[in-house]
Design a protein around this ligand. Structure first.
Ligand SMILES: Nc1nc2c(ncn2[C@@H]2O[C@H](COP(=O)(O)OP(=O)(O)OP(=O)(O)O)[C@@H](O)[C@H]2O)c(=O)[nH]1
Ligand SMILES: [Mg+2]
Length: 188
């Protein structure tokens, strides 16, 4: 049987998490079309196979001070029910954002602490929209001196591009290290 890779997809509301997940997994989760946040719950998408793993992407509500605790609690529960640790976190960043709000940096830092030592990829979205684009560094997202060892990838609105990002994170998270023993949460 294929090993399961649970991968968390996070980011601010409207950063394109659900669109990315639907494209990668062939799911049909509800995408936002209004000014209101759309995804309200931690939701496991349809499993799909990639690089000899069974991949489950986890959609989340937009990361904020209000959702942070709920996201980390629900993700830990999901990991226990799947008997797997997280194989990684994909942090989606809307490339058109002019400034990164310090609160969002703090929230990203807190989530990283909660889900300690999980490999992280920052994936930038909205490249097809016109406007000034500034690619972020891990320090921009997680705070100056945070020493987060994350790569920054460009998501190019296609399944191939989404799969490349997912495969990249799985290369940094070998299957043998991801299993949870017993029912307690442990992160590597
Ligand atoms: N051009 C472009 N549009 C995108 C991209 N990602 C998402 N969108 C559009 O942006 C809107 C919001 O996308 P969602 O995938 O719902 O974003 P989300 O991060 O899941 O947002 P919430 O769940 O509402 O917090 C939709 O109209 C998408 O079609 C992208 O990479 N490029
Ligand atoms: Mg969503």
């Amino acid at each position: 049987m294929l090993e399961t890779a649970l991968i968390l997809v996070v980011g601010l509301t409207g950063s394109g998490r659900t669109t990315f997940i639907n494209e990668a997994s062939g799911s049909d989760l509800k995408v936002g079309g209004t000014l209101k946040p759309c995804t309200a719950k931690v939701t496991a998408a349809k499993p799909f196979e990639l690089s000899d793993r069974r991949v489950i992407l986890i959609d989340t509500p937009g990361l904020s001070s209000d959702t942070l605790t709920k996201i980390s609690t629900d993700v830990k529960k999901l990991c226990v029910s799947q008997k797997q640790n997280l194989a990684g976190i994909i942090y989606l960043h809307r490339i058109l954002a002019k400034h990164i709000d310090p609160t969002s940096t703090l929230n990203a830092q807190m989530l990283k602490l909660e889900l300690n030592q999980t490999p992280i990829v920052i994936a930038t979205t909205f490249w097809s929209k016109p406007g000034q684009k500034l690619s972020p560094t891990p320090d921009d997202i997680f705070g100056e001196g945070s020493n987060v060892n994350a790569s920054v990838e460009k998501y190019e609105d296609s399944q191939e591009s989404a799969h490349k990002i997912v495969s990249g994170i799985m290369r940094r998270s070998p299957p043998a290290e991801t299993e949870i023993h017993g029912s307690s949460w442990c992160c590597h």
